[in-house]
Design a protein around this ligand. Sequence first.
Ligand code: UDP
Length: 325
Amino acid sequence: MARILVTGGAGYIGAHTTHELLRLGHEVEVVDDLSKGYAHNVPEGRLHRFRLQEQAKLDELFASRPFDAVIHFAAFIAVGESVREPARYFANNTGGSLALFESMQRAGVNRVVFSSTAAVYGDPPGTPIHEEMPLAPVNPYGESKLMVEKALNWLARTTELRYVALRYFNACGAVAEFGIGEEHDPETHLIPLIFRAIRTGEPLTVFGDDYATPDGSCIRDYIHVADLASAHSCALDHLLAGGGGGCFNAGTGRGFSVLEVIQAAERVTGRKVPYKTGPRREGDPPALVAEASRLRAQLGWQPRFTSLDEIVASAWSFDARRFGS
Ligand code: UDP
């Protein structure tokens, strides 16, 4: 059992990880300013509502309990918004992280799992993407996360801090027993938007059908949020056992096109997905698929969800509970 502080634990991936850590018997406290997340995602009595930049509150929380480690999710995640408001993204994502690391240092807490992103690779030279490929973000969101990775790297070289940065590919799905799922406002992610199209009859727009992929639509690596949550717990175990850490891709190693995801949703729901084709979305690389063996080999991670249909089905059951099918 470890005492863990989870930042951003009211968000989609943070909340799934919080529930998973509690299920495994850890003590968990959550810091979240609820600017994006939801209080109903956090188990009763564990939420501390403030921003990471409110350092006196952070210091007070660290002083109140002997935390063993931090899992740091708190960040803005919308790529398009980051292009429109870069300073806000750097202030929140990079600035918030630096405030957290300072407080951790003051409190003598020196283990952290950081939620990074495949966006640190930008438009990669090919797939699958391995961790040593060039880091060249193509938007402020990816850069704000890469800056944190760089800060962590320096902290690990110069202090006792040890970290694991997990570079997420496309998180999706839900865990029924936790009663939570993907709820972004506004929603920009493919799978919830497919369900919205099914429910409302308003067609989904497929962003581009002229990519150099087999069916012309973009290919992504869709990873179940439960498997992402377990990647965090593997990272935590590794760090608490004295492991050195580093950066790891968190993906399945398999890619699916937008049209394949639509077909999976039709199989799972038994309903037609109304869709039309539109222009490409700015900043979308044709294919992002992880080379994901480092996470398995070095952190002992074993994903449970291996089929796209299973992943889509778990997302659909959350969506149906939320909206009625
Ligand atoms: N996508 C799409 N229509 C939409 C939303 C997304 O065609 O309304 C595509 C998008 O271009 C990308 C894939 O679905 O290729 C996954 O997009 P999402 O926004 O879910 O995640 P991202 O890849 O941006 O992290």
